[in-house]
Design a protein around this ligand. Structure first.
Ligand code: UD1
Length: 368
């Protein structure tokens, strides 16, 4: 089986890493990584290939940044050539970024089977570009690997065949558990947060990059007010996404001196900081899940989540974007910690289950 495994943006790399590694257990599978180049800076992309132990991509499409149409089109044009040349049996896409959408459309129109990993998640908010990407990708995919029950429920409601939906757990948790182990064996003395952690005081870990949060001045100012309130008696570590950095300058956002601004961090350096944070505040999709997997309190700075299991079972509190609700969410998240649990199958074996399904072996949980 000849498989093209697609990654383009930062949150994709941690998902393809365990899938790629598990493919090596199958002699009959040739799995080639395609990097679309949606993210291209070293901190956004390059470091991930080294740390996550993934080989250099077989294909680099260098699509780069641009408007949604420009970026999606650049990926599509380049990926079509790869599909025509490789003639794969299967194209596997992960997550919900523009590269996921672009490559699933191209593959399907070339008559290639498409598998979507992390399928079925829905925020029901079409103002989110990722929601459009999720819906379109799922509309044309042939195989659906889901991370939580809501994913299967959404796909069934949308008329997908139960036999095409496979609850396998979460490949991102596969990677997370491996990286926690790797980190415990690593010298962290040169990590950017090392001295801050050495002080032994509680600190918060913040990430913010969603256009809906950073592009509008009044929304970003409200979030900044909450962060400054929380920073009154503790440090806040804030690795800043390139989009957020430019919006901070454009809007003149001012943050307390206790907010430690860092460049985007590699996977392990970020993990080193957030896994021991008192609480993570984020608008990322992935961190909502990773914090639940490790039992770290999390406040999601959004009005909705496509990952409801993290709120229902895990440590996640959905706080919205206003200052008072974010501060209240922080308090609630600390209380929630003791009752939180880890969702079913988030056990580090999702990637193995995916290949078992593709090899025709029973794996995961059958959908009803
Ligand atoms: C993308 C994903 C989002 C994901 C996020 C993680 C879509 C629609 N969005 O958003 O779901 O959560 O990645 O980071 O696919 N830039 C750089 N260097 C880079 C890449 C980007 O400086 O290596 C800057 C550019 O100015 C670019 C901007 O960041 O225009 C936005 O990048 P883009 O990939 O379009 O979207 P993200 O906001 O990163």
């Amino acid at each position: 089986m000849n498989v093209l495994l697609v990654a383009g943006a930062r949150p994709n790399f941690m998902k393809i890493a365990p899938i790629y590694r598990a493919s090596l257990l199958y002699g009959s599978v040739r799995c080639s990584i395609v990097h679309t180049g949606q993210h291209y800076d070293r901190e956004m992309s390059g470091t991930f290939f080294e740390e996550l132990e993934i080989p250099e991509p077989a294909y680099s499409l260098n699509a780069g940044s641009g408007s949604h149409a420009v970026q999606t089109a650049a990926v599509m044009v380049a990926f079509e050539q790869v599909c025509l040349q490789e003639k794969p049996d299967l194209v596997m896409v992960v997550g919900d970024v523009n590269s996921t959408l672009a490559c699933s459309i191209v593959a399907k129109k070339c008559g290639i089977t498409v598998a979507h990993v992390e399928a079925g998640l829905r925020s029901f908010d079409l103002a989110m570009p990722e929601e459009i990407n999720r819906m379109v990708t799922d509309a044309i995919s042939d195989l659906f690997f889901v991370t939580e029950e809501s994913g299967a429920d959404n796909l069934l409601r949308e008329g997908k065949a139960p036999g095409a939906i496979h609850a396998v757990g979460h490949v991102m948790v596969d990677n997370l558990l491996r990286q926690v182990e790797r980190l415990s064996l690593q010298d962290v003395g040169n990590f950017q947060g090392y001295s801050l952690k050495q002080r032994g005081k509680p600190y918060l870990f913040l990430t913010l990059h969603r256009p809906s949060n950073v592009d509008r001045r009044e929304v970003f100012q409200g979030i900044a007010a909450a962060i400054n309130t929380l920073a009154a008696d503790r440090s806040v570590v804030f690795p800043v996404h390139p989009r957020t950095r430019s919006m901070m300058e454009a809007h003149g956002i001012s943050l307390s001196q206790r907010v430690v601004l860092l460049p985007p961090l590699g996977y392990r350096e970020a993990l080193y900081l957030w896994k021991d944070a008192e609480c993570v505040l984020t608008d990322s999709g992935g961190l909502q899940e990773e914090t639940t997997a490790l039992g770290v309190p999390c406040v999601t700075i959004r009005e909705n989540t496509e990952r409801p299991v993290t709120v229902e079972m895990g440590t996640n509190v959905l706080a919205g974007v206003t200052a008072d609700r974010i501060v209240a969410g922080y308090r609630e998240s600390l209380e929630k910690r003791s009752s939180a649990t880890v969702p079913p199958l988030w056990d580090g074996k999702a990637s193995e289950r995916i290949w078992q399904v593709l090899a025709g072996q029973p794996a995961g949980i059958e959908t009803p």
